[in-house]
Design a protein around this ligand. Structure first.
Ligand SMILES: Nc1ncnc2c1ncn2[C@@H]1O[C@H](COP(=O)(O)OP(=O)(O)OP(=O)(O)O)[C@@H](O)[C@H]1O
Ligand SMILES: [Mg+2]
Length: 310
């Protein structure tokens, strides 16, 4: 799919709709859990980790909706489009989510643009909620109206952070000498605001999970400091810390085919699995478990070894 295909202002659904087991399927289904991947810091790993969680849930036999709000890059949409091409070209039976990408309103008047964005987002969420078990949302790496709004609908908010104090600066101001938290910063304040919006709307809660991403085996001092600051901050602003993802080539090298290591194991492409691939798969499973998702009846799981969603 070319970028021009995704530039339309209307929400579109390029992926095949999931099969329903009958007309009452939507009525019988509990509303989907919304899992938002957000961080206003660009390049922290939102799209990569979102894609891996989507495939992880699909391979548990669960119905997944995916929503891309990054109308500048469309990374998740392009990842899934590459996957659809691979299915066609190579005849592989890969599970697909029900995907939607949503452009920002192009109305010049800000109030009108925001109310159009709000109406479209709510329509997309309402539709997906009745059709799938989980909705995975990929946010842009900047502050946008849609990004803020969708955060208020998150049941789970996942914030990947690279192991760097530059990334952490969006979550908290840290004192350079004592390496301790001075005050929550812009992104943590935004989440706090959206928690209030959410509580007022339906009394619901946003379960916020921070994921350390691209962890390296070197630079131990930085790693320890980051760990301590995150621990302190988690208590102050109310998030949980998930086991992290290491820096691994396998997290990025399968993008052009739209695959993840969870697929290559299943389709027998891994040959003799490399230890780093097994470790990466374990990291994805660790994140899914750490999310503590409500249980859903799965169809025949494609990933037979996988632990179930709690
Ligand atoms: N654990 C990892 N190991 C190796 N590379 C990674 C890992 N996580 C992410 N990357 C790479 O880091 C880069 C940024 O990742 P990604 O595009 O997922 O971030 P993002 O937060 O979605 O960025 P943006 O804010 O621009 O949307 C990409 O090149 C991706 O392949
Ligand atoms: Mg992205």
């Amino acid at each position: 799919m070319s970028p021009s295909d995704v530039s339309s202002a209307a929400p579109t659904n390029p992926a095949p709709a999931p099969s329903q087991s009958g007309p009452d399927a939507a009525a019988a289904r509990a509303p989907a859990t919304v899992i938002v991947f957000g961080n206003e810091k660009g390049g922290s790993g939102k799209s990569t980790t979102a894609m891996h969680v989507i495939v992880g849930l699909l391979r548990l036999g669960l119905k997944v909706g995916s929503l891309d709000l990054d109308s500048r890059q469309w990374t998740l949409t392009r990842y899934l489009s590459n996957r659809a091409q691979t299915i066609k070209r190579e005849g592989l039976a890969l599970p697909m989510p029900q995907h939607v990408f949503l452009s920002r309103s192009e109305r010049p008047n800000r109030d009108e643009a925001e109310s159009e964005d709000k109406a479209r987002l709510e329509a997309v969420l309402a539709k997906l909620r009745s059709q799938v078990d989980y909705i995975v949302v990929d946010c842009p790496g900047t502050d946008t109206f849609l990004g803020r709004l969708v955060t208020s609908y998150a049941d789970k908010l996942v914030t990947p952070v690279n192991d760097s104090f530059i990334d952490l600066d969006l979550l908290a101001n840290v004192d350079g000498r004592s390496v301790s938290v001075q005050r929550p910063s812009v992104y943590a304040e935004m989440v706090w605001e959206q928690r209030k919006v959410r509580a007022k709307r339906d009394g619901g809660n946003i379960d916020w999970v921070v994921l350390r991403n691209r962890l390296s085996s070197i630079n131990a001092r930085n790693k320890i400091d980051m760990g301590q600051v995150l621990e302190e901050l988690s208590k102050r602003v109310g998030f949980r810390i998930a086991p992290g993802f290491a820096e691994r080539v396998i997290f990025r090298e399968l993008f052009l085919r739209g695959l993840t290591m969870l697929d290559t194991f299943e389709i027998g492409e891994s040959g003799k699995p490399r230890l780093s691939h097994i470790a990466a798969r374990q990291e994805v499973r660790g994140l899914i478990n750490a999310l503590q998702l409500p249980s859903r009846a799965s169809e025949e799981p494609a990933d037979k070894e996988q632990t179930s969603v709690s």
